[in-house]
Design a protein around this ligand. Sequence first.
Ligand code: ADP
Ligand code: MG
Length: 254
Amino acid sequence: MVGAQAVDIVHVTQAFRSGGRDLPVLDDVTLSVGAGEFVALIGPSGSGKSTLIRLLAGLDRPLFGAVHVGGERVSGPHPSRALVFQDPTLLPWRTVRGNVAIGPQARGLPARDARHRVDESLELVGLADFADVWPAQLSGGMAQRAALARALVNDPSVLLLDEPLGKLDALTRRSLQQELHRLWRNRGFTAVLITHDVSEALVLADRVVVLSPRPARIQEVIEVGLDHPRDQSAGAFIALREHILGLLDEFAPA
Ligand code: ADP
Ligand code: MG
């Protein structure tokens, strides 16, 4: 891989045309994520988080401003920037291996190399024994592991995560959080995680960015600064959590 890459969001403003009017969604968002850094984005539902991560992925273009990855302006999707959604979106007619192989096949990798990469990726997420299973046979957590494997198979320099654990039960979520942390440590990609779970953000991220309600502005950037593995019952952790929850409470409709 090219190594982790920095992500620079520079004065990004986005709006959508809706019912004959412009709906402002992002308002002058500027944020730099260092190469190899883990940043979590948190904010009210509908504030514009997914809109922002789609811009980072290159799926949409901003109305004003720009996104740079590794110093280059993002102008479209690229395999070096992988995106994982809340729903695993696996193709039901392909096995787990077949789903993970989509990227390498699309890029025209020789079959042996593709096979090797896919196996390695499945190994990484603990699904080596489930390579030949159909998506319908997977639990929610396993399906999300498969989605992670599909993202990691291209050895991304930036991993974009849009509430990837949002639908999982608490226990599965916790084990996948540990897994994500381990993968980030070992693979060294830059990570941008959207989550509505304050503890999840604080367990994983170097910095937590709190966004305002739509149109999203950066409300506050919190440096976490705690050693891993993070103890959720430690005073410093609880203080940070309370602080962020307080910020989010201010946004809640009365
Ligand atoms: P979040 O992920 O923070 O919940 P989104 O970024 O998905 O929020 O959406 C922010 C707002 O933008 C919502 O009001 C949503 O309806 C609107 N929106 C998102 N994408 C589009 C689109 N393609 N066209 C029109 N409106 C959109
Ligand atoms: Mg969203």
